[in-house]
Design a binder for this molecule. Structure first.
Ligand code: OVM
Length: 402
């Protein structure tokens, strides 16, 4: 169905991008929305959608036209009260966004991470050795993708050991909450207040170790680079954005390699491809599937006008497999150049933690390819439905180590 708006006809869709059928397999909807046009109106949520690479990328880089401060979920902060204090990174525009971004970019930058590299490589070796000494069959999600980030990242932030079991459930609810108030959000609502309170408590200066990312954020406040009111919120962003995202990205790469044995062999022969493999997996799977923006004022997209204040849903995952941009987009292929993918976003909000994620993946993959000759699935995989994340429940695998 199409209705007139702006020039020409605005394609519409009554699909529910957050329904279980789509969350189980979003690829058909992504193709449908891309093919419908450069912009599509979603009747179910009264929002606009972008699914083509060109328009998604353009919206991401135009932070003036597509604001974040009204929230990057369906809920519009112009009219609805946010469920948590908005993030100074994700849910803020310049100028408020800039100082926290500058501080985090330095603390999580490639140079600062050099001190972590050897330790994380050794941690990954130990984890893989331990796992493979027990069995050749395991769950790539529960036994690997969840274990490694939870072993290294909370230590790197410097939060207490106690309570870390809340990190994944907190992130799961947070990423659900960017979507509509559906059953997934309902299910988490009862525990959400406690999870949020726990996360915020971990950001207090006295609880943080002296050598972590958290302490470095507080040190930036001492130097006046951010205020001491902002410091705990910036620490909170690490706990919000840094755990579930990496767990599901690592799951995705393990699934991609288990189901593309030639690519596993290629990686074994060239371990230096670990970083390409990670970015290709982020393109292929898009662990963060979608984010919204809000039209700051009336804005023209693909020959149509989106009125100021209206929500626009950007399908990062659809852009990352747009055949208008990528050759053979559904192939997981280590010989392509995946750079330019929008799985980490693009522009001023592009994932500030991506170097941390890439280092985690590099450490784990390097340890794995050293020991493992081949990987195969031993049974059906299970997805975990989340309104924003392309998440995993289970990836049962068998590996050969000789
Ligand atoms: C934040 C935050 C939360 C979730 C995701 C994210 C992907 C950031 O609180 O800053 O970036």
């Amino acid at each position: 169905m199409t209705t007139a708006l702006g020039s020409g006809l605005l394609p519409t869709s009554d699909a529910d991008p957050f329904g279980h059928e789509v969350l189980e397999n979003p690829l058909p909807l992504h193709a449908e929305l891309r093919d419908a046009g450069p912009i599509v109106y979603l009747t179910k949520y009264d929002v606009y959608a972008l699914a083509r690479y060109e328009q998604v990328r353009a919206a991401l880089v135009d932070w003036q036209g597509f604001q974040s401060a009204a929230g990057v979920g369906l809920s519009n902060f112009r009219t609805e009260k946010p469920w948590r204090t908005p993030s100074l990174l994700l849910e803020a525009d310049p100028p408020l966004h800039d100082a926290p971004r500058r501080v985090l970019a330095r603390i999580l930058g490639p140079r600062a991470l050099r001190t972590l590299r050897d330790r994380w490589m050794a941690d990954a070796e130990r984890l893989v050795d331990r796992l493979l000494s027990g069995t050749n069959e395991f769950d790539a999600v529960a036994d690997l993708a969840e274990v490694f980030p939870l072993r290294v990242f909370p230590d790197a932030v410097g939060i207490p050991k106690e309570g870390r079991q809340h990190l994944l459930p907190y992130g799961d609810h947070l990423f659900n909450a960017f979507g509509p108030a559906n059953d997934l959000v309902e299910k988490g609502a009862a525990g959400a207040g406690e999870l949020l309170a726990w996360a915020q408590q971990q950001c207090a200066r006295p609880l943080l170790t002296e050598d972590g990312f958290g302490a470095a954020i507080w040190a930036a406040a001492d130097r006046g680079e951010i205020t001491s009111e902002q410091a705990p919120l910036v620490v909170r962003s690490l706990l919000s954005a840094g755990v579930d995202t990496t767990v599901h990205a690592l799951s995705a790469i393990l699934y991609a390699l288990a189901t593309n044995p030639a690519q596993w062999q290629r990686l074994r022969e060239h371990p230096a491809l670990a970083r390409v493999a990670f970015d290709e997996a982020v393109r292929w799977e898009s662990p963060v599937q979608t984010f919204f923006r809000t039209a700051t004022d009336d804005i023209r997209i693909g020959g149509h006008t989106v009125p100021g204040g209206r929500k626009i849903l950007m399908f990062l995952a659809a852009a990352n497999r747009d055949p208008r941009r990528w050759t053979d987009p559904d192939a997981f292929d280590l010989s392509r150049d995946p750079s330019g993918h929008v799985g980490f976003g693009m522009g001023i909000h592009q994932c500030v933690g991506q170097h941390v994620a890439r280092l985690e993946a590099e450490a784990l993959l390097t340890a794995l390819v050293r020991r493992v000759h081949s990987v195969e699935l031993t049974g059906p995989v299970r997805r975990h439905h989340n309104n924003t994340l392309r998440a995993w429940g289970s990836i049962p695998v068998r590996v050969r180590t000789r």
